[in-house]
Design a protein around this ligand. Structure first.
Ligand SMILES: [Zn+2]
Length: 124
């Protein structure tokens, strides 16, 4: 099992009322160093002092329809949200089977979400 002292690349997420902040460490570091790097380089001291950051992060998971039908929401390699590129949420069309190049990490991948528990429940 991995300990949090194992150097890794980290994604740093923060959110205020008005903006989302997303950063990646450019080299592997320990979890503790990643937290220090975020405090030093990502979070603005005045916003921190004013309590302007939310103590949690919100990540999209698609519409209820997309979730139920296994819409591809994230790159399996880097974790970037790609749900909108896999299909317009307004169209209510779930795209569960796609070969694509990730717009963030440029990996060429094939994803096929065969079945979700929500879909299976409906069939019972
Ligand atoms: Zn990716």
């Amino acid at each position: 099992m991995r300990s949090n002292s194992t150097p890794m690349l980290y994604r740093i997420l923060a959110q205020t009322e008005t903006i989302d902040i997303e950063a990646k460490t450019s080299r592997a570091m320990t979890e503790r160093d990643a937290i220090e790097a975020a405090k030093k380089h990502v979070l603005h001291p005045e916003t921190v002092a004013a309590g302007g950051y939310r103590p949690f992060v919100i990540r999209p998971m698609g519409t209820e329809h997309q979730w139920k039908y296994g819409h591809i929401n994230y790159c399996p390699r880097c974790g970037t949200y790609i749900g909108d590129e896999m299909g317009d949420p307004e169209d209510e069309i779930a795209n569960d089977d796609q070969e694509f190049e990730c717009p963030e990490c440029y990996a060429h991948v094939y994803v096929n979400i065969f079945r979700t528990p929500e879909e299976a429940d409906e069939d019972d």
